[in-house]
Ligand binder design. Structure first.
Ligand code: SD4
Length: 333
């Protein structure tokens, strides 16, 4: 979308955007003049959207925003709730392990400046979302993997601990009886949390954290910690996050695709639907046996979500209300 149209559209939504000359704010490819968009603080209502039924996580993030905290702080604090929730077997402590019985976590975070940090395949550290933030803020890098990420976390004061709970160990032992793995809808007990927030200043940030697919091959990494795959944020346009079979999200660079479609003028809902379309419309794609779900938000605070199958839901905090919503989905057959 052209900058001028975007400004017009934003003004029509009552966000009270103003333009000022600036040299430090980016402009679209065609504009000769550099223009900045500054949101007037009064007009912005904080917003949070997160995958699955993550009510407490969303409430936690919303509380940060209502107190005037940043979107970045909100998504980190929100994701930490799920990482500490041992009952959620796809995130943090209590996550289902890989085939070898090791719980390995992936996470990433992206701020309103377009900075990004991620950790991949980390053992023994529960709050990997916070480690990802440290990678972003305290290193010249964007990704740390495996032992290096764990060492870095420990150097930053994170306490190593065993993440395999008795319940997850029991589930893994039951799985080992047949040791058959194929990605079947919901076998992963999906509850990877992807979260996007807009703070009172109008800034957008996002975060995503997961233990990945249950009983994955050792070393396997999915979409969740990969920029543009499980998460992407562009503070001038919006953000998107993914859950489900990471291989399919990665092959279509799903979250980046959604943000780019919004840049071209699609609503968050239309963009999520088109990104699911990219997956299911590939020739011969047997999408009946796997799930992918997307959430998105744009700069105007409009939200969208879509999945291949039903069994996808999300939470939205808007106008001081936190609602759990069943996503619309593609495969209605
Ligand atoms: C992955 N997308 O590792 C993650 C899995 C997931 O809920 O979303 N689980 O592929």
């Amino acid at each position: 979308m052209k900058r001028r149209n975007f400004i017009k559209k934003a003004s029509a939504t009552g966000l009270g955007l103003v333009t000022v000359s600036s040299t430090f704010i980016s402009c679209d490819e065609t504009s000769e003049k550099k223009e900045a968009i500054v949101s007037t603080a009064k007009s912005i209502k904080p917003l949070v959207i997160a995958t699955w039924e993550t009510t407490l996580a969303v409430d936690t993030a919303a509380a940060v925003l209502e107190k005037g905290g940043s979107a970045l702080e909100a998504v980190e604090q929100g994701c930490r709730i799920e990482e500490a929730n041992e009952k959620g077997q796809s995130v943090g402590k209590g996550g289902l392990p890989d085939r070898d019985g090791d719980v390995t976590l992936d996470a990433c975070i992206m701020n309103e400046k377009g900075d990004y940090g991620a950790v991949l395949g980390v053992k023994n550290i529960m709050h990997v979302i916070s480690v990802a933030r440290k990678v972003m803020e305290d290193t010249p890098h964007v990704m740390l993997v495996g032992d290096g990420a764990e060492k870095f976390a420990v150097s930053k004061g994170f306490e190593p601990e065993n993440l395999l709970t008795a319940a997850s160990k029991k589930a893994w032992e039951a799985w080992k009886v047949t040791a058959e793995y194929k990605p079947i809808i919901n076998i992963e007990n999906h509850d990877t949390i992807g979260m996007l927030a807009i703070d009172k200043k109008g800034n957008i940030s996002g975060a995503c954290t997961t233990s990945g697919l249950a009983y994955k091959m050792a070393g396997r990494v999915g979409d969740s910690p990969i920029i543009g795959g499980g998460l992407f944020v562009d503070n001038e346009i919006g953000g998107a996050s993914a859950t489900g079979l990471g291989e399919e999200v990665l092959k279509t660079v799903g979250s980046f695709l959604i943000v780019e479609l919004m840049r071209q003028g699609k609503s968050p809902q239309e963009a999520c639907e088109m990104a699911i379309g990219r997956i299911v419309n590939k020739p011969g794609k047997d999408f009946k046996n796997f799930q992918v779900g997307y959430i998105a938000v744009n700069k105007q605070g409009e939200t969208g979500a879509y999945s291949i199958h039903e069994w996808f839901s999300y939470n939205v905090y808007k106008n001081k209300e936190n609602k759990h919503i069943q996503s619309d989905f593609f495969n209605k057959a």
